[in-house]
Write a protein that binds this ligand. Structure first.
Ligand code: 5GP
Length: 112
């Protein structure tokens, strides 16, 4: 069965892409926690970070390099935060690896 993000990537659930290439896609979060809250996910459905394998190294590196490009596209010139929630205790709700890109306001540390 396809994950939510696979359905979005395949156009089965409509979404406006902030960014998309052959390997990953980015959309605005439906429940934003900051003025800018983007979700960047691989098209290939890796369940969560702990399930990533050596063969995913290039894909994960590519995604990390996409992050600052997306942040710049979103106008986050004063900074941004990158978050991956891995597992229930971390707050993961969608079992398809994704990187949260948050910005547009001061972000506190430590996070809640
Ligand atoms: P997680 O909690 O797994 O780290 O992040 C999942 C994120 O997906 C949440 O921030 C949630 O608001 C977002 N989300 C859940 N369903 C949808 C949806 O249908 N569309 C979009 N754009 N975001 C979603």
């Amino acid at each position: 069965m396809k994950t939510l993000f696979q359905k979005i990537a395949d156009g089965e659930i409509p979404a406006k892409f902030v960014y998309k290439d052959d390997f990953c896609a980015a959309i605005n979060d439906i429940n934003p926690q900051a003025p800018t809250h983007v979700l960047l996910f691989p098209i290939e459905p890796i369940e969560r970070l702990e399930k990533a394998e050596g063969r995913h190294a290039e894909l994960l590196g590519h995604m990390m390099l996409c992050v600052p490009k997306i942040a710049e596209k979103c106008g986050l010139k004063d900074g941004f935060r990158v978050v991956i929630n891995n597992g229930v205790q971390a707050g993961e709700t969608v079992p398809h690896l994704h990187i949260h890109i948050l910005g547009g306001r001061s972000l506190h540390w430590p996070p809640g």
